[in-house]
Design a binder for this molecule. Structure first.
Ligand code: TYC
Length: 122
């Protein structure tokens, strides 16, 4: 429905089709609504995988430096991975999660540890 702009008896403005309408040859033309709503990014879990060789201190250090976990939480996550086979290092939007995975694997490779890391949709 297209309405002219105006105000009600209480003085409140009502916009109807907002500022999307114009007159063309005496006809009211309403532009289609353009999408302006923002969407929250979908999130991904970054998963650390256990192995038999990567030193515990190395994993804790990664959790502190790459995932910004405090010492106690980093230790807790590392032990969880050690005991359960895998665990969540953090939850991030896609591109950030991707960068964390790459950073972990680069640092592990450089230190010659077999540590593996993955990401999965939250
Ligand atoms: N299991 C390793 C060890 O006993 C420690 C470890 C923990 C390795 C977590 C990887 O993601 C990992 N040294």
């Amino acid at each position: 429905m297209s309405r002219a702009r105006g105000s009600n008896s209480a003085g409140a403005r009502w916009s109807g089709t907002g500022n999307r309408e114009r007159l063309v040859d005496g006809q009211v033309v309403v532009e289609p609504k353009t999408k302006t709503k923002t969407k929250r990014p979908s999130l991904y879990r970054v998963i650390l995988l256990n192995d038999d060789y990567t030193p515990m201190e190395f994993v804790v250090e990664l959790l502190r430096t790459v995932f910004h976990k405090p010492q106690a939480e980093a230790t807790r996550i590392m032990l969880h991975v050690h005991q359960n086979g895998s665990g969540i290092a953090g939850i991030y939007p896609y591109e950030i999660a991707e960068t964390k995975v790459r950073t972990v694997e680069q640092l592990a490779r450089k230190a010659q540890h077999p540590l593996k890391c993955a990401m999965e949709p939250e």
